[in-house]
Design a protein around this ligand. Structure first.
Ligand code: ACO
Length: 375
């Protein structure tokens, strides 16, 4: 039997930190409201493209595995905030890391994109189609945020992380998965105008508009992730006591606490990053996984559960059996260029640009109009 062991991991967090108090300077909100309703205190705002963040994360993951770009057969780029549509983003990473032999594809299932990508890469390795894969979870939401909408502007952040998978005879890597989609609720989260415009950031068609029913998503997210977690544990003949660590999607601390309660797993065994990074959509689970490794919370041979949900509403719960190694073989010196602006300056630039180019178009932002514009 062939398995797909996780042998490398790396992250890239942009340095500019946007606090709740920063948000309160231009939104009718407060640190007290945001922290008590979501558990969030800060999030990051990127000064570079999503591909740039991904390249740093992948370089760290390759060094961690002791591999180079040319060793990779497959790159899966999980994201819903791509820099461009064509060419795809995975090809941008391939070029930058010199992965000349690799197939390169993008996966977009919103916040679950990394998890869906991990399941896809694992299946391709286990079938013998490829031997070595890189899976990325990355998001650059700040460029597409409607900074005038407090319902969503306080919730999201930017970031990236990646893992390397290698074929192995030893049982490790993804050993169980439940993937699904609650499409009846797909209208609860729609972002009109999201994606594809980092490269065109100076020639905007208009602002993004977020249709977002937070309370409905909240309830459906908890139910979907808890049911998927219970099913995947049963599939793997495991109980809650067998799960050493839960690395969940981080959209709201109260969602995570409810999920832990329904799954029968105490919060001491749950990795939480939502207070410092907010919801980074597809980057959330892999960044939390990398930080769990850095913090010594992943043990050799340990069992990790990864439940997630996102727009669609896609959902999943994965179970990973970790291998023997929990420390990197090497480190890469690849890093982002320095950021000379504060996060608030970056956000205010974005707001000014939206005001200048977008407001007058909002009335025209029907889905049809956006389709026509992007087409
Ligand atoms: N500051 C102050 N008040 C706010 C803010 C804010 N930033 N945002 C909303 N409010 C107000 C609303 O206007 C509303 O006021 P009203 O009652 O006078 O109309 C009130 O707060 C809403 O309060 P609640 O209904 O109690 O809010 P709730 O407890 O549901 O929390 C939240 C809202 C945080 C959005 C929650 O529903 C949630 O986390 N939902 C799921 C998160 C989510 O969907 N994440 C994205 C998933 S998909 C993905 O990850 C890509």
């Amino acid at each position: 039997m062939t398995y797909a062991a996780i042998t490398g991991w790396g992250k890239c967090m942009p340095p500019a930190v946007l606090t709740n108090d920063d948000l309160s300077t231009f939104l009718d909100t407060s640190d007290e409201w945001i922290n008590s309703r979501t558990g969030m205190r800060e999030r990051r705002v990127s000064h570079v493209s999503a591909i740039d963040m991904s390249v740093v994360a992948v370089s760290q993951a390759l060094a961690c595995a002791g591999l180079e770009g040319r060793d990779i057969d497959l790159i899966i780029y999980g994201s819903c905030s791509n820099d461009e549509g064509v060419p795809n983003s995975a090809s941008g990473v391939q070029l930058a890391i010199g992965a000349t032999r690799a197939a390169a594809m993008d996966v977009n299932t919103a916040c679950t994109s990394f998890c869906y990508g991990l399941a896809t890469a694992t299946a391709m390795i286990r079938s013998g189609m490829v031997k070595t894969a890189v899976v990325i979870g990355v998001e650059l939401i700040s460029r597409f945020m409607d900074w005038s909408n407090r319902n969503v502007a306080v919730l999201f952040g930017d970031g990236a992380a990646a893992v390397v998978l290698q074929a192995s005879d030893v049982e490790s890597g993804l050993i169980g998965s439940v993937l699904g989609c609650d499409a009846e609720a797909r209208e609860t989260l729609r972002v009109r105008g999201l994606g594809l415009s980092y490269a065109n950031k100076d020639v905007r068609f208009g602002d993004t508009l977020w249709d977002f029913d937070g309370p409905v998503i909240f309830k459906r997210a908890v139910t979907a992730m808890a049911e998927a977690s219970i099913r995947v544990m049963a599939d793997c003949r495991l109980t809650a006591d067998d799960i050493d660590l839960v690395v969940p999607h981080q959209a709201n601390l109260r969602i995570i606490e409810s999920l832990a309660k329904y799954s029968g797993i105490p919060m001491e065994r749950v990795m939480v990053t939502v207070h410092k990074y907010g919801n980074m959509s597809a980057a959330t689970v892999p960044v939390a996984l990398v930080e769990a490794l850095e913090d010594g919370r992943v043990t050799p041979g340990g069992t990790i559960m990864m439940p997630a949900f996102g727009g669609g509403l896609t959902f999943c719960s994965l179970i990973v059996k970790w291998g023997d190694r929990v420390t990197p073989l090497g480190l890469s010196d690849k890093a982002l260029p320095p950021c000379t602006k504060t996060a608030l300056e970056l956000v205010n630039e974005s707001r000014a640009m939206h005001d200048a180019h977008g407001r007058s178009l909002q009335g025209l932002m029907s889905p049809l109009f956006v389709e026509a514009s992007l087409g």
